[in-house]
Design a protein around this ligand. Structure first.
Ligand SMILES: Cc1ncc(COP(=O)(O)O)c(C=O)c1O
Length: 437
């Protein structure tokens, strides 16, 4: 057992060791493997990843760390603070609209780039919240979650040899998206404790081969909210190097302390070279519905719609009808959402600090990168494994958000998009951790 750690919360870990240890895949994959867990279910014959049957691209992937931790959480009965899934209900009127749509037999394919009424509602929302005048006929694509939106964007933009700038730590899908699209990622650090970029380092990442920069704002995993000045600086570099800015704004409404959310696409001269990605998952607590959005100028949207059509045809038709209701929820809904999340952030960060984690409270999104050095822990994966198996709380090891793994070794990421009862249970379990002497 690692120093400063105490014994099991539930059944003894030895009862579970018959399954492969959770970091078993770390040494077997390619140098850029994304995985914490490999663990194909026992007795299922897995095709070896080196098999000639498997493409070179697919062979570079292993199981998602975050989804792997969710599996571990179920296996050990741990509170799942790994994967960012709310455990509270979605708004009643949005659920009722989905039921109504099915009752009304909205059961066939919607228009491939999104149901008409949903696109109109998205445009209305973009107008009042982001200050963007978006034409629903030519500048919006509805996708199967923002996950598909990002992939479609890169598949539509990237040619062999193109580079894409990512900030590091990064949301774990971006690198595989680059691999699938054939882009070469270039990483710019966000530095702790406040997780901000250095403008000179950012500028140095741009060159003639740069096609796009992906910016997650508010940021997962760090909680950084980029200011207007940050975005102006990024915009200037994009214009200088003729680069597209792809912003993942899925947490646009989860933002604290009265900070404004600024859409990069709304800055002078940026709409023509911006792609704004969002979706219903986080704002309406419906991560399983898989409705995402891309806002972009008509020439880019035309390409996105074609690629999207071949990738997925379209998002679920009845849920798009419900989306039209969701995007038109009155503004107090959004104020309440942000206030509720701020209360969760304050409460949970206090707990983590009291237990001994080192952290800066996030400015937005619903994650916190927590420093584990006070527990004498030197390896994030060992520590996360201890937390899920013996303390009963699932987190994500910090290194999984970094290409340079060592930069993340002294962090784990918690999410706090949970009911008070869930966070209280996690708090009582975490209280069993001990600071290293
Ligand atoms: C930054 C970021 N982008 C995208 C997603 C996935 O969103 P969606 O459910 O719309 O595919 C997540 C989910 O956690 C996320 O954190």
């Amino acid at each position: 057992m690692a120093p400063g750690m105490v014994g099991p919360a539930g059944p003894s870990p030895s009862q579970f060791w018959s399954t492969p240890p959770c970091d078993a895949g770390r040494t077997t994959g390619p140098t850029d493997a994304f995985s914490l867990t490999r663990s194909p279910p026992r007795r299922v014959a897995a095709i070896p990843m080196q098999s000639p049957l498997i493409s070179q691209k697919a062979a570079r992937f292993t199981e998602s760390v975050i989804r792997g931790m969710s599996i571990e959480a179920r296996r050990y009965g741990a509170v799942n603070l790994a994967q960012g899934m709310p455990d509270f209900p979605a708004p009643a009127e949005v659920k009722a609209a989905a039921c109504r749509a099915i009752e009304d037999d909205i059961n066939q394919y919607a228009i491939t780039w999104g149901a008409h009424e949903l696109r109109r509602a998205i445009a209305e929302h973009a107008d009042w919240y982001l200050g963007l005048k978006v034409d629903p006929e030519t500048e919006i694509t509805v996708t199967c979650g923002s996950t598909e939106a990002m992939l479609v964007t890169l598949l539509s933009l990237i040619n062999p040899g193109d580079e894409v700038i990512l900030t590091q730590p990064f949301y774990e899908n971006y690198w595989p998206d680059c691999v699938l699209a054939g882009a070469e990622p270039r990483f710019v650090p966000l530095r702790p404790p406040h997780w901000r970029f250095d403008l000179d380092e950012l500028a140095a990442a741009f060159n003639d081969r740069t096609k796009a920069i992906i910016l997650c704002n508010p940021n997962n995993p760090t909680g950084t909210v980029f200011s207007r000045e940050d975005l102006e600086a990024i915009g200037a570099l994009c214009r200088k190097w003729n680069v597209i800015a792809v912003t993942d704004e899925i947490y646009e409404h989860i933002i604290y302390d009265g900070r404004p959310h600024v859409a990069l696409a709304g800055l002078d001269g940026m709409w023509e070279r911006s792609v704004t990605i969002g979706g219903m998952s986080k704002t309406y607590a419906v991560t399983g519905w898989r409705v995402g959005t891309i806002l972009a100028p008509p020439n880019l949207t035309h390409a996105f719609r074609q690629v999207h059509d071949f990738v997925s045809i379209g998002a679920a038709a009845p849920l798009q009808e419900a989306g039209a209701v969701a995007y038109r929820l009155p503004r107090p809904y959004y104020d309440r959402l942000a206030a509720d999340y701020q209360a969760r952030r304050d409460r949970f960060c206090r707990v983590l600090r009291d237990v001994g984690f080192e952290l800066e409270p996030p400015e937005g999104a619903y994650y916190v990168m927590a420093g584990i050095k006070p527990f004498g822990a030197t390896d994030d994966v060992d520590f996360a494994r201890h937390l899920v198996r013996e303390i009963g709380v699932a987190t994500v090891p910090g290194s999984s958000f970094f290409r340079d793994k060592d930069l993340g070794r002294s962090y784990v990421r918690f999410c706090f998009c949970k009911r008070d009862e869930t966070l209280d249970l996690a708090a009582s379990r975490l209280g069993r951790l001990e600071i290293a002497k």
